[in-house]
Ligand binder design. Structure first.
Ligand code: PLP
Length: 396
């Protein structure tokens, strides 16, 4: 924690130097949260720091102001929509993050169907229940299967219980703790079988959306618009390393109704959750997507998956209980002891913890972490052998 007034005598320049030095030093030990840090944006420095850019209102309704990046935002939406295989009728906008995207999708579904019930799994992100709470929508929590995915049998039972009600199913492509991917095609099939036609399927693909989209057909999970999604959201500060929180929300088609109408003084449609919107984050997204291109995106995703596999295997070798879902960057492990947690920033839920091998995390960091873990609590050889037998069971 940096306290400029006490640590640096109130000198803002010194405070900044200290802030940057501390942030850079802390980065090495921050391997538990999914923010990529490998991209920098020096080419955008002038425009990011010397120009007000406000994309207030709808991306396709330019409005009165000229200090915006809505044309760039439209390109970002087109690129992300292509990656997620959205139909040509697509619509979307750049949000403050995945949470806002999910809130928008919940609101759009409720505007269409006033008797809406929201379904999500026990592994869904807290933003889903929060969004439903803000909109006063009932939520049904569906069980997860052994791999952490939404349990389709339980979903079927819950949907069947309320067939007369419209349904908003929020699936997750890359759950927060284990990076399990809900089977969106199976969710669509269940809705069809039960004739739940008054429905929306939103996919929270905050972390996994872009990396899974780089996988070839055949191994690419069934998670996108071709599987039945009606809207999807990704976070920009996760895989795309925008360094500032943001997200991209995509719909298969523009929601028939959005909360507000046209606002006279902005000259733009009020189709987004917030009024003023950053014009800088679309620039960061656009720069990342265009300088990397499809090849660069794929390479970064592959490198992260390889590092995750390496981490998982090394944990198995030292006999530390661990799990890794297919295509995941997220390696789950039994919670390390306090001295290790004091040094390394890991996401924990009391029993397990995880490391997310985002672009920017190196093998060298992982090796240092594993070394700390090995010396922290040696595991007896007999227990180690037992654990190894469990962990080498085939993955799905
Ligand atoms: C699955 C999932 N959804 C949503 C979020 C929240 O995303 P944001 O911080 O962009 O709102 C996260 C963050 O980790 C997440 O893992």
């Amino acid at each position: 924690m940096i306290l400029p007034s006490t640590d640096t005598g109130g000198d803002p320049e010194l405070a900044l130097v200290k802030l940057l030095t501390d942030a850079r030093a802390a980065r090495r030990y921050d391997i538990g949260f999914p923010g990529a840090t490998d991209l920098g944006f020096p080419a955008l420095a002038q425009i990011l720091t010397g120009q007000l850019l406000n994309n207030v209102g709808d991306p396709w309704d330019l409005g009165h102001g000229r200090n915006h990046t809505k044309e760039i935002e439209q390109q970002v939406i087109a690129t992300v929509a292509d990656l997620l295989r959205a139909p040509p009728s697509r619509w979307g906008y750049v949000t403050t993050g995945a949470s806002e995207g999910t809130l928008h999708a919940l609101d759009a579904a409720w505007l269409r169907y006033r008797d809406l019930v929201v379904y999500t799994s026990t592994s869904g992100h807290y933003s889903i229940v929060k969004g439903a709470r803000l909109l006063k929508l009932p939520v049904v929590t569906v069980r997860t299967d052994a791999f952490g995915r939404m349990d389709i049998v339980d979903l079927r039972a819950e949907l069947a219980r309320r067939r007369e009600r419209s349904a908003m199913i929020v699936a997750t492509a890359g759950t927060t703790m284990t990076e399990a991917v809900d089977d969106v095609a199976a969710i669509t099939d269940v809705c069809d079988e039960l004739a739940v036609t008054r429905r929306r399927i939103h996919v929270d693909a905050a972390l996994g959306g872009i990396p899974y989209a780089t996988l070839p057909d055949g191994v690419r999970p069934s998670f996108d618009f071709t599987a039945g999604a009606t809207s999807m959201v990704i976070s920009g500060h996760k895989f795309l390393s925008t360094l500032m929180p943001c997200g991209v929300l995509i719909y298969a088609e523009p929601p028939a109704a959005t909360g507000g109408g046209r606002v006279a003084y902005t000259g733009s449609a009020d189709s987004t959750i917030t009024g003023s919107r950053s014009g800088h984050t679309p620039l960061l997204l656009w720069w990342a997507l265009n300088t990397l291109g499809p090849h660069g995106l794929r390479q970064r995703a592959e490198a992260s998956r390889e590092l995750a596999t390496y981490t998982h295997h090394r944990l198995q070798k030292i006999g530390w209980p661990t799990a890794l879902n297919p295509h995941a960057f997220t390696v789950t492990l039994d919670q390390p002891p306090p001295p290790v947690l004091a040094k390394w920033v890991l996401a924990t839920n009391g029993r397990t913890a995880h490391i997310v091998c985002m672009p920017g995390v190196t093998r060298d960091q992982i090796d240092e972490f594993l070394n700390d873990l090995s010396v922290s609590r040696p595991i007896p050889a007999q227990r180690r052998r037992r654990l190894m037998a469990v962990q080498t069971a085939p993955r799905p």
